[in-house]
Design a protein around this ligand. Sequence first.
Ligand SMILES: [Zn+2]
Length: 296
Amino acid sequence: MTKRRFLLAVLCAVLAGVAPASAQPAPKEKLPVVASFSIIGDLVRQVGGNRVSVTTIVGPDSDAHVYQTSPVDGRKIAEARIIFVNGLDFEGWLQRLIDATKNHGLLVPLGNGVKARSHEEGVDPHAWQDVANAKIYVEEIRDGLARVDPDGAEIYEENARAYIDELKALDEEIVKTVNAIPQARRRVVSTHDAFGYFSARYGIVFLAPQGVSTESEPSAKDIARIIDDVRDNKVPAVFLENVSDPRLAKRIAAETGARLGGTLYSDTLSDAKGDGATYIDMMRHNVKELEKALAP
Ligand SMILES: [Zn+2]
């Protein structure tokens, strides 16, 4: 055996010892699970591995604040053994869908487990923007799956533990990156107010002409106020969002001379080909865009 072959064999043995979720034997029948939107869908896949079959109601690049349900969604709800949703008034269309489906699985609202931020319009639903909250979501997903599928409890436990380690590393990475940005430049504009939790945890101030929901349009007064704010505080960058119309951000940048940053993933993942196809990728992408635009 050559040295290289030997090393390869050792590496394989090591990898076999810490089997990733995909290497765990799949049960004959996967547990049918519904997630209300793409970010929760990814978290459930990370914990459920190949024991679960996850269906997402609001898919990538779509806005879960406002969503038109269809009979197909009712069928998805009816077939699921467990349904994970954000709650905190995020999915306003959900209750009617649940009420219309007589027999449905266990409903688990994940956002209820975190310390919710309040906002002048009510509660801020975007808890996932703080990685510490995503860890809480993962623990609740683990417990929910184990409740409806006790045979998989150990696997869910193992997957959740491994994924939480990744989330801890992600959290540290974000803290480090933001800390390297000069304090005076940590101020940006987004279209809707989706980054309150991110802001509180990581220390970048977000201004937004639109509120915590995308349901209502910002008024001329809201926009004028933001434009004044950007000028007065020399806000360096205005960001686009993958759930918002880009015209408003472009207008604010043009009127104030602030730099137009990239697109942030606020409320949804990108499609599989994009650079925000998973929760971790999405957070990493956002931080990279912020770092790029806020560099002095
Ligand atoms: Zn939102």
